[in-house]
Unconditional design. Structure first.
Length: 271
């Protein structure tokens, strides 16, 4: 279990070391490690066969000291005793004991051996906010539009910044200045950075569905291709282009059968 914890921490470190520079944050290895922490569940974990032992705790203390880990804690102090008195009951999942062989409060004593060290001062790293890429062609999500309705979870780009909808909204500018976060339906995610690119919606091969035709009467449920993208009729209609779905999703007789980056899972395409 100590090895699993170490592997998770190393993977997280690797992700941060790769991501930070993209956002203009340049930190030393020690600074990144000092921003990480681990909270193992001592003794028997929720999964049968996964037991964080006293030996694992000692291994984790050595790892934390060697890598200048920012924090090492445990879940939980009320479980820091052996299940059973004279003979340990191992593998027992309990809120009041660990389910592994130990003495009383032994995990706390092991973790308490860490003395701590001074945090590397901020000046040791270079932090410079990344300038947002305002080129619409590089935006990984659709550009915000005042005429579009956005459901919960939808992502958009406005002035090079990525926002996510906190609730259903329309005509609420994500970049508008507010005094409190509850006054806007948008949450700022971060800037569009180098390497991002515009969303690409895969098109279907010709013949997958009949091409939409201006003079054809369509019945509810019929599917067509328009511009290489699939649509399904919501009700009987003729002469109404599937393109109306992108400007009037509720009033259009067509439902897009594709999704675009930014849409929450399971939502109808906004086009």
């Amino acid at each position: 279990m100590a090895q699993s914890a170490e592997d998770a921490l190393k993977a997280t470190y690797g992700q941060l070391a790769s991501l930070y520079p993209q956002y203009g944050i340049h930190l030393s290895a020690q600074q990144i490690w000092q921003g990480l922490g681990a909270t193992p569940m001592i003794g028997q974990n929720d999964v049968r066969g996964e037991i964080f032992t006293v030996a694992d705790a000692k291994t984790m203390v050595s790892f934390a000291a060697a890598n200048h880990l920012g924090r090492l804690s445990m879940w939980s102090i009320n479980r820091d005793s052996q299940c059973g008195t004279s003979f340990p009951e191992t593998g027992l999942l309990s809120n009041t004991c660990s389910g592994t062989a130990q003495t009383s409060l032994q995990f706390a004593q092991i973790f308490g051996q860490l003395q701590g060290s001074a945090v590397v001062v901020p000046s040791a790293g270079k932090v410079q906010a990344a300038a947002p890429d305002t080129n619409p062609a590089d935006a990984p999500y659709p550009q915000w539009s005042a005429s579009t309705n956005y459901p919960l979870g939808y992502k958009v780009v406005e002035a090079g910044e990525i926002y996510q909808a906190k609730w259903y909204n329309s005509a609420d500018d994500p970049s508008a200045q507010v005094q409190s976060s509850w006054q806007t339906p948008w949450e700022l995610i971060g800037p569009v950075v180098a390497g991002d690119h515009g969303p690409v919606i895969p098109k279907l091969p010709a013949g997958t569905y009949p091409a939409w035709s201006l003079g054809t009467q369509y019945q509810a449920g019929e599917k067509v291709l328009f511009g290489g993208l699939p649509y399904q009729a919501k009700w009987s209609n003729q002469g109404v282009s599937p393109a109306t779905q992108s400007t009037d999703a509720s009033g259009s007789p067509w439902q897009a059968l594709y999704s675009i980056p930014g849409e929450p899972s399971g939502s109808p395409a906004l086009g």
